[in-house]
Ligand binder design. Structure first.
Ligand SMILES: [Zn+2]
Length: 440
């Protein structure tokens, strides 16, 4: 009897201290959210999404805290988080396949890294110049590998064997791939078919919140190809930039990256599982220049392979549905995608251009020329990319390095089993795991 009573009292103590610690963490998380909104007053790109209490935003606008004040508060918050780390671990039930204890550890680490990235962004806005790799480490919790020019030369030599003609590879490539442009009047129909397929495939494996939805807009004059604006309440606005021709491979890429199971699903699952079910306010705001972006872009890119686990699977859908809808000759689909596989290996060339440009080793013109040569881009595309690099700098690593890091993390856990891959992917989309947590 006495032992039972003792256990009862002990459980009571754990619950009380657990609840208090959870309150403390929520208070810290709220301060973080306010800081992100405050920094958004100095950097229009910084707050990518916010769907918390609207008065928080009004408050940030009214207060218009100085960068110095924001930096000081971030330092204060980091100190508090360090103290929290030594606090007793909490007990919480397991859900969404993420164990309770691990979720709380990840949450603390998440807040620490996000606040420390915020502090770095403050320093940058105050004029501190960071080298490319230092910047990506500070903002995105990761550093991209460096490749010599010869690495890209080897891939380009293989590419040249596949695309006939005279002139520099970018010119030959542009000419060769002309028949694979989606005609403008068919773009929306093709894109909607790709979205429908990606949604069906995602829905079969991931519990999407009811009423989730997005609208698609076609825009011009942007430095990016597509963008997901998450509005909260499980709704996104997806914008597709039509400045440059859109090729047939982009239909599934965009549908998976911006929609299912990419950004739209990631944001919806964070809102459902972390903001609403757990009451974690830090996820109601999304700081663009932060480690969270590597997870967001990495999962959005890798999502394509989760939705289409085999090449044969994807090719079947392309040939039977998308090519006919776009009025493109499906008999050349295999040939087209063999070239795309090579082009994908050139993704890291854009990181090299960005690294050199950010480090001041080359100027804008040289960056455009370098991209033409090593990323096999036509001048217009290379110029668009340089515009992107100038605005977002080391953010570029989040796409390809992010994808590779997410792939390694998921494959280590799931092997080649497509169902297991979906469940690990869903878990990652519903957790506060950050880039350094992918390699542990
Ligand atoms: Zn993206």
């Amino acid at each position: 009897m006495r032992r039972v009573l003792f256990l009862f009292v002990l459980c009571g103590l754990i619950t009380v201290s657990g609840a208090r610690a959870a309150d403390d963490m929520n208070a810290i998380a709220e301060r973080y959210a306010h800081l992100v909104l405050a920094l958004g007053q100095h950097d229009p790109d910084y707050v990518d999404a916010f769907y918390g209490p609207p008065e928080w935003k009004t408050q940030a606008e009214k207060e218009k805290k100085s960068l110095d004040a924001i930096g000081a508060e971030a330092a204060e918050l980091l100190k508090t988080l360090r103290v929290e780390r030594t606090a007793a671990p909490l007990v919480e039930s397991s859900e969404n396949g993420n164990s309770g204890d691990e979720m709380l550890t990840l949450r603390r680490e998440y807040l620490q890294k996000q606040v420390s990235a915020l502090a770095a962004r403050v320093r940058m806005l105050k004029g501190e110049k960071l080298k490319f790799d230092d910047e990506s480490r500070a903002l995105y919790d990761a550093v991209a590998p460096t490749y010599p020019d010869s690495h890209f030369d080897e891939i380009i030599a293989q590419l040249e064997a596949k695309i006939p003609g005279e002139g520099p590879p970018w010119e030959r490539y542009e000419k060769w791939r002309k028949p694979f442009v989606i005609p403008k009047d068919k773009l929306d129909a093709v894109f909607q078919l790709a979205i429908k397929e990606c949604r069906t495939r995602t829905q079969a494996h991931v519990a999407l919140p009811p009423n989730e939805s997005f609208t698609v807009e076609y825009v011009t004059n942007k430095p990016w190809g597509g963008y997901n604006w998450y509005k909260g309440n499980y709704h996104s606005v997806i914008q597709v930039n039509t400045d440059l021709p859109i090729y047939i491979d982009r239909a599934v890429d965009l549908a998976a990256h911006e929609g299912y199971p990419g950004h739209h699903v990631y944001n919806s699952l964070l809102e459902k599982n972390l903001v609403r079910d757990r009451g974690w306010p830090e996820f109601s705001v999304y700081a663009l220049f932060s480690p969270q972006s590597l997870i967001a872009e990495g999962t959005a890119n890798f999502g394509r392979e989760v939705a289409f686990p085999s090449k044969a699977d994807r090719m079947k859908f392309e040939k039977e549905v998308l090519f006919p809808a776009a009025g493109i000759d499906g008999s050349r689909a295999d040939e087209y995608y063999a070239v795309q596989d090579l082009m994908k290996q050139l993704d890291y060339a854009a990181n090299e251009a960005a690294r050199r440009l950010v480090n001041g080793e080359i100027d804008e013109n040289a960056a455009v020329q370098w991209l033409q040569k090593y990323a096999v881009m036509d001048p217009k595309r290379a110029q668009q990319r340089v515009k992107f690099i100038k605005r977002y700098r080391s953010y570029v690593i989040n796409y390809n390095l992010g994808e590779d890091m997410v792939r390694r993390y998921i494959e280590k856990r799931s092997g080649t089993d497509p169902d297991k891959r979906w469940s690990e992917f869903g878990k990652l989309l519903s957790s506060p795991r950050l880039p350094s947590g992918l390699t542990d």
